[in-house]
Design a protein around this ligand. Structure first.
Ligand SMILES: C[S@@+](CC[C@H](N)C(=O)[O-])C[C@H]1O[C@@H](n2cnc3c(N)ncnc32)[C@H](O)[C@@H]1O
Length: 364
């Protein structure tokens, strides 16, 4: 007889607790983010460690003391802030353990969630029903996906782009440790946004004399070229504007496809993989960087975020797959000798939602 794995405790209590935890997700998020927007997190982090009374914090923030006191309860509960009963003072505790850089990283993540996800997810059900990002229509009057909307809406572009570049900056040291690009190769960074991936390709492959082209929508050209100039790589990095579904320029030895296949459904992922296959020289390689589910989805933090994000906020299709699925897709699109590696848990930045894998395939 098969023994079933031990499940959660029997009875309704545990399940009801789970629903309670789900129900308070948005309010927990906004309580902390409002404290950030009111300057309270900065006030407490910059204070010398002596406790500040709620009335003083409220005065600096320009809000009522009783409202301030209410918001502070969650910060105390989370140990972000400590409260001294005897003096009535609040001081940073968990918040004080973050360096300035770590604090900025955490806030960029929160800002992206507020601008790109919070309101938009109200329409998740409609997006799933219609296959469109309904929120962009309802909130911005925009018909299309998040990337097209970013071209017109600064608040979307600012929050999303800062978060995207942060994720890429954090993961690329690991990515390039596991990518083997030959000396003098012509490299295409497909869907390369405003060129950070191309710049990092040069940075993490010094002495290899690589020529790197960033391919993305034409409206990213000016920002990409400006980034190349700022980083002094304008001789070795170029920008090609276009839509991948209209085909890619040919003649590359390596194509990098980072954070792109995961936001596409199978049909569009195949169109992209086939376009990559066509643009590679014989013997050329694709390196795909994707968030992936483990074989057992229960071990995944990604189910918490990516399905809702892609379906409700970004492209209304796609979502991460298991490594085995991506491998099969790459094989069906003609790639051989597929190798794969997943980012080890102890090497991941703690706040990163992604569990990344790299898949490499060869065009014979
Ligand atoms: C999630 S971002 C990844 C950016 C970059 N590769 C990275 O890892 O930082 C996806 C990128 O795909 C681009 N993109 C989306 N659809 C595209 C299309 N049809 N053709 C070309 N680029 C596209 C978007 O503009 C965006 O820059």
């Amino acid at each position: 007889m098969t023994t079933l794995p031990a499940g959660p405790p029997a009875g309704p209590e545990h399940v009801l607790e789970q629903f309670r935890d789900l129900a308070v997700g948005p309010t927990r998020f906004m309580t902390v983010y409002a404290c950030y927007e009111l300057g309270v997190l900065d006030q407490l982090r910059k204070n010398d460690g002596t406790g500040l009374p709620a009335a003083r914090i409220a005065e600096v923030a320009g809000v009522r003391p009783d409202a301030m006191e209410q918001l502070l309860h969650l910060l105390v509960k989370e140990d972000f802030v400590a409260y001294d009963e005897s003096s009535g003072g609040y001081r940073a505790s968990g918040l004080a353990r973050l360096s300035d850089d770590e604090f900025v990283r955490a806030i960029r993540l929160m800002t992206m969630i507020k601008e790109v996800c919070l309101r938009q997810l109200y329409y998740l059900t409609d997006s799933v029903r219609t296959g469109k990002v309904v929120a962009l229509e309802k909130i911005f009057g925009f018909h299309g996906d998040l990337y097209e909307a970013c071209a017109e809406h600064d608040e979307l572009r600012g929050a999303w782009s800062a978060m995207m570049d942060q994720t890429t900056s954090l993961i690329d040291p690991w990515f390039f440790e596991n990518v083997d690009i030959g000396y003098g190769s012509k490299v295409l960074d497909l869907a390369g946004h405003t060129g950070l991936g191309a710049i990092l390709t040069r940075k993490y492959n010094p002495e290899k004399n690589l020529q790197v082209a960033c391919f993305d929508f034409p409206e990213k050209r000016e920002d990409a070229l400006e980034n190349f100039r700022t980083h002094g790589v304008e001789e070795s990095c170029s920008f090609i504007g276009g839509d991948v579904y209209d085909g890619l320029p040919k003649g590359f030895e390596v194509v990098l496809v980072k954070h792109f296949l995961d936001q596409l459904g199978k049909e569009n992922a195949f169109r992209v993989l086939r376009a990559v296959y066509d643009c590679l020289e014989p013997g050329g390689r694709i390196y795909a960087l994707v968030p992936t589910y483990p074989e057992d989805v229960k071990e995944s933090s990604q189910a918490d975020f990516f399905p809702a994000y892609f379906l409700g906020c970004s492209t209304a299709e796609g979502g991460p797959q298991k490594v085995s699925t991506y491998k099969q897709w790459m094989e069906e699109c003609g790639f051989t000798a597929i190798e794969k590696i997943t980012h080890e848990a102890d090497k991941r930045p703690p706040e990163m939602i992604h569990v990344h894998s790299i898949l490499c395939g060869v065009k014979e």
